[in-house]
Write a protein that binds this ligand. Structure first.
Ligand SMILES: [Zn+2]
Length: 607
């Protein structure tokens, strides 16, 4: 069976599953057809978009909203003002938007908009187009929207834009009028201030006409490879490009975003991964970077294998690593990354962005609200992948990640992970909260339920939630079902509060044949406790103290004690001691419990 057949089969079974879903889950559906006429001289384009929107919600919709992201790149926009008023602005943005001329700004404007053939009234408010419908869309019904629009590609400042720092001419992301998501929480017509994205699942058919010397890469399969060539053509095919412009025809099934990039000096390589996925690499013909980009290719294939095994099988036939953008950003079936990097950094950014194919582009959490699921899970899995693919052999892959979280937790500037991605007081606090604390959420879940249960949780999460919008509760319910432990308290304390973990050894008293250890819960967040005791003479034992509210014991735990009820600040652990006595006692020798003060975790006994 080909991979395409499998993909179609899984989409088909997915729609049956939706119909039979007993949890009440539903999601909207879009089918985009777009034709773009690009004027590379002025960096402007005209587009026509036919969007068939299906309302699978139980609600009648009388409004819809489109994201018009490029309007963020104008002096006085929310993105501009926020960047000039936040304490620690992104250095890529700073005050640069405020200084853009009319020729340098970005814009995205609707010229006409119709619903089922009738003109609609609409209003552009910043980066959002607000649309009042003539006819409400009833539950289970579809409506066809037709929009003519025009856009201007901004000077590259953040993510998208023209002429990035490495000379890539077009990074075309967040570039088209995009229907906002409506889900069980209602509309998500978030303005584009800094981050993040949430989109409607659907199919994209996109035709881009552009000067024929541009080489494109992006989301979707090229439908006319023998007309465009540049390495996309069938083997042995002679490609003739007539006329001034060339039309690139893309088709992307079952995605929630569409991105592309274009440059005249791209080298385009492709290799086939073990699972049959074609991996495309588009990078500048710059002798400084070519060797790294060649060496990146087999590493990308290894990364694909790692994610396939540890999360779930990549469902598309193609993935493209494209030089562009301003760092690294994930898109459906592709990423745009900057390419003038040390080799380790090049593989690292590819690992991270590629992992987002799973944690965002297949398991599509609302990144604006649950940024820790998107960035944190991605950081977790890409750290493990890098350790394997780059033979790093690190003892605790997450040691630095935990240090990052701990220093934020102790700083006084932490906000809960439920904070909207744009609503952090400091960009740096967002970064640590989403990436580090989100990654610790999973690594620490491994501490709570065991690595095998965590691995199985990720696989089952993929199986049950691929091509949907999972929420934090959906994830923790899978972990509960896989492990049997009660875990809602963990989701609550870790993600919805800034409570911390601090357990201490309060005192030790030695009696004949027994060492009595008084443990103390200093901070608010509960945890099951593992205590390692080293005996004089070289032996050691690990004692496991279950947490009462988990109603559960970790598989493989040794010396299982009475459980510890959270409300009790202290706990007495009695250690039967051999003749020579105890040398050292340590809470959490694994380092996987995110204790914010480890100094009180260890007691070395004299004599
Ligand atoms: Zn990321």
């Amino acid at each position: 069976m080909t991979k395409t057949f499998l993909t179609i089969a899984s989409i088909f079974s997915f729609s049956i599953l939706l119909a039979q879903n007993s949890t009440g889950y539903w999601q909207q559906h879009v089918d985009y057809e777009m034709e773009i006429d690009f004027d590379a001289k002025d960096y402007q384009y005209d587009g026509s978009q036919v969007l068939e929107y299906t309302n699978n919600s139980p609600d009648t919709l009388d409004r819809v909203f489109y994201h018009m992201y490029f309007n963020a790149f104008q002096p006085g926009s929310e993105m501009d003002v926020r960047s000039r008023t936040i304490e620690d602005p992104d250095s890529r943005v700073g005050d640069r938007i405020s200084k853009l001329s009319d020729e340098e700004i970005g814009f995205m404007r609707a010229k006409t908009l119709q619903q089922d053939g009738k003109e609609l009234n609409f209003k552009l408010v910043g980066t959002v187009l607000e649309v009042e419908l003539n006819e409400p869309i009833l539950p289970g019904k579809s409506s066809t929207f037709k929009m003519d629009f025009e856009g201007q590609v901004p000077v590259q400042i953040r993510r998208s834009g023209r002429n990035n720092a490495e000379g890539v001419e077009l990074s075309m992301t967040q570039w088209y009028p995009k229907m906002a998501e409506y889900d069980f929480e209602g509309w998500h017509a978030d303005p584009y201030i800094g981050r993040e994205f949430h989109g409607v699942w659907g199919n994209f058919d996109v035709k881009i006409s552009i000067d024929k010397d541009f080489i494109l890469g992006g989301t979707g399969y090229i439908q006319n490879p023998n007309e465009v060539g540049y390495g996309y053509e069938d083997e042995g095919e002679k490609v003739r490009r007539r006329g001034k412009k060339l039309t690139w025809h893309f088709n992307a099934p079952n995605v929630h975003d569409f991105a592309w990039a274009a440059d005249k000096d791209y080298i385009h390589d492709k290799i086939t991964g073990k699972d049959g996925t074609t991996l495309h690499f588009l990078y500048k013909d710059n002798k400084e970077i070519i060797e790294n980009w060649k060496n990146l290719q087999s590493k990308t294939s290894d990364l694909l294998d790692f994610f396939n095994e540890h999360i779930g099988p990549y469902p598309y036939d193609q993935y493209s690593v494209i030089q562009g953008g301003d760092g690294g950003m994930e898109y459906a079936m592709c990423t745009l990354i900057t390419g003038e990097r040390e080799f380790g950094s090049l593989v690292g950014v590819t690992a991270h962005e590629m992992a987002h194919s799973w944690f965002q582009h297949i398991l599509a959490t609302d990144e604006a609200q649950h940024e820790w699921m998107d960035e944190g899970f991605t950081s977790y899995i890409s750290s493990l992948a890098m350790n394997e693919v780059m033979d790093q052999n690190r003892e605790n892959v997450f040691a630095g990640t935990y240090r990052g979280y701990t220093s934020l937790a102790n700083s006084g500037f932490e906000q809960p992970q439920t904070t909207h991605a744009d609503r952090y007081e400091y960009n740096s606090a967002y970064g640590v909260t989403a990436y580090s604390k989100g990654s610790v959420f999973l690594a620490q879940l491994g501490y709570l339920i065991g690595q095998e249960n965590l691995d199985n949780t990720l696989n089952r999460y993929f199986d049950e939630w691929k091509f949907k919008h999972p929420t934090p509760n959906d994830f923790i319910r899978i972990a509960e079902k896989v492990s049997g432990a009660e875990l809602s308290w963990y989701l609550n304390d870790w993600t919805r509060t800034t409570n911390t973990i601090d357990y201490a050894i309060k005192g030790v008293s030695v009696e004949p044949g027994t060492t009595i250890v008084t443990l103390e819960r200093v901070a608010l967040t509960p945890m099951p406790i593992e205590v390692k005791v080293d005996f004089k003479g070289g032996t050691s034992e690990t004692y496991y103290i279950p947490l009462r509210i988990m109603r559960w014991t970790k598989p493989g735990a040794t010396n299982i004690q009475e459980d510890w009820a959270w409300a009790f600040p202290t706990y007495t652990l009695e250690i039967p001691s051999p003749q020579y006595g105890v040398e050292k006692i340590e809470i959490d020798p694994s380092g996987l419990m995110a204790d914010v003060n480890r100094e009180n975790n260890v007691k070395v006994l004299n004599e």
